[in-house]
Design a protein. Structure first.
Length: 158
């Protein structure tokens, strides 16, 4: 299956059809700004948990809203294009940091997060009981790596 960049509305329909045919749909989400090995590890571990991997990429607006001191290096559409070249994702979609509203209606069999992005209790209650919520252990959290790169770049250019 070739990776497709789709809207969340299209993904809801495709995921429903895939589940009907017996496929396990896995969703993971993140910023995916300055792609790095921790992102790849998250997607590899997520893909191994099911048949279809859907990767949600947080919109520029939601990143700026949730992390007031951080603006994405790459705009959302470029981050999605970069991810679409990888072998793990089957679908890529733009989402908001309010994960429960972006992902809940896809009705994934599994929602995978790294510990950095673990949903809080009210987010967990928003998902159907059938959705398994799993956190995977990643060697080093992606946001920490990105912040290190940005700080190093800023020091070099001062």
């Amino acid at each position: 299956m070739t990776c497709e960049i789709v809207t969340i509305e299209v993904l809801k329909e495709r995921a429903a059809s895939l589940r009907t045919s017996g496929k396990r749909v896995v969703v993971t989400v993140g910023y995916f700004d300055i792609l790095q090995s921790a992102h790849v590890e998250l997607m590899e571990k997520s893909k191994a948990m099911g048949d279809i991997l859907c990767v949600g990429v947080f919109s520029d607006e939601s990143i700026s809203h949730s992390l007031s001191s951080y603006s994405p290096i790459y705009p959302c559409n470029e981050r999605m294009e970069i991810l679409s070249t990888l072998s793990m994702p089957d679908f890529i979609f733009e989402c908001s940091v309010d994960t429960k509203n972006s992902v809940r209606d896809i009705l994934p069999d599994i929602l995978v997060t790294s510990f950095e992005y673990s949903p809080d209790e009210k987010d967990i209650r928003a998902f159907p009981e059938e959705t398994e919520l799993l956190s995977v252990d990643i060697e080093r959290e992606p946001r920490t790596i990105a912040q290190d790169v940005i700080q190093k770049y800023t020091r070099i250019n001062e």
